[in-house]
Design a protein. Structure first.
Length: 146
C-alpha cells in the first residue's frame, strides 16, 4: 500500500485551483469548517479524497467537489457517521448545480470502505463522483472513465 499524502485546500470552487498543498501534521482525521482535508487514495493514486465531517459546511464541500470535477474529472468523498453522510450527500447535490453552467453533469457510486483511525477500524461511506458532458454541450470535459 502506498503512503497517503495529505494536504489542505480552500474549499471554495474559485480558490481550489492552483493552491499549494502542505503536509498535514494534525492527528485528527476530520477537518471541518472552511477547509477540507485532501489526500491521495491509497487504492488508486490518481484520485483525490475529500473527507467530510458532520460539521462540514455543504456549500464549502460542494465548491471543492466542483473544482476537482472541473480539473480532474473525478473525486472521492468519504464520510463516517450519519451526520457526515448527510452533509456529504447535500454537498454532492449542491456541486451538481455548480458544474451545470459549464455543461457538466455528475454521477455518483456509493460504497463502503474500512478505514483505520487511531488504531481502530471504522466503516465509512465512500462516494466516487465522476463528471460527464451533458447532452448537446460542446467543448467541455468528459468523464475519465469513458
Amino acid at each position: 500500500m502506498k503512503p497517503s499524502l495529505a494536504g489542505t485546500i480552500s474549499a471554495s470552487a474559485s480558490q481550489c485551483q492552483g493552491k499549494p498543498r502542505r503536509r498535514d501534521a494534525r492527528a485528527g482525521w476530520w477537518v471541518s469548517g472552511g477547509t477540507q482535508s485532501i489526500t491521495l487514495a491509497s487504492w488508486r493514486s490518481d484520485i483525490e479524497i475529500l473527507r467530510v465531517s458532520g460539521t462540514s459546511r455543504p456549500n464549502s464541500v460542494a465548491g471543492a467537489i466542483a473544482a476537482l470535477l472541473r480539473t480532474a474529472g473525478e473525486v472521492e468523498v468519504q464520510a463516517i457517521g450519519p451526520h457526515a453522510v448527510n452533509q456529504a450527500v447535500k454537498a454532492i447535490a449542491i456541486s451538481r448545480s455548480y458544474i451545470e453552467a459549464e455543461g457538466l453533469g455528475l454521477h455518483t457510486v456509493p460504497s463502503f470502505v474500512k478505514l483505520e483511525l487511531h488504531d481502530e477500524e471504522r466503516t465509512a461511506v465512500r462516494f466516487l463522483i465522476e463528471s460527464f458532458t451533458l447532452a448537446g454541450e460542446e467543448g467541455t470535459r468528459t468523464s475519465l472513465a469513458e
